[in-house]
Design a protein around this ligand. Sequence first.
Ligand code: GTB
Length: 212
Amino acid sequence: MTITITAFERSPDGGKGLARDTRLRWALEETGQPYEVRLVSFRAMKEPAHLRLHPFGQIPTYEEGDLVLFETGAIVFHIASRHPGLLPDDPDARARAVMWMFAALNTVEPPVLELFPARVLDAGKPWAKERLPLVEERIRSRLGPLATRLGDADWLDGAFSAGDLMMASVLLRLRASGLLDEFPKLAAYVARAEARPAYQRAFAAQLAINAL
Ligand code: GTB
């Protein structure tokens, strides 16, 4: 059955791979699943045809026959559950890989998402100068323990998994800020993830659409 995902007609990041369709592309590449991409404009995202797929009018979405999904975490979990390559067979190891997916999305990503508003959108506000260091500290308070847990391992729990795919995708958003480089083990972890051929293919595919 054909898999179709949606992506920005033109990502605001100009091809840095930070929009969430890259996470789906990466999961599909890791599991060897061919896919098609339907590009949507910001306007089309808020129109009824797209809202039927995504109630909040966002990308990415995932269609496979009658199945329609939104939410990147749910979609990556679906891909990883259906196809070998991203979740271990051992039930306990599988549960831990899923735990790391949730940790990435629920514990690490929320403070990371605060950084762009703090640095850019709210930069002119009178309280911006006081807020930014607080946001950065909240991010460091996640990165420190994460780096400690990773230690000298290549991946978070044995072999590369959907947990690593999600965690590396979240951490990638920090690269431009310099915060990631404060934690060399995490910077090396992200570089290892980016070096995977499946990530390279996913990145190249989104770049082909979004390059400025
Ligand atoms: N929780 C949802 C999920 O994980 O799927 C969040 C989906 C989401 O935030 N989608 C964004 C979107 O559609 C695109 S990915 N935004 C348009 C809207 O809400 O109207 C977030 C994103 C956008 C742009 C960059 N960038 O340019 O760097 C990075 C990430």
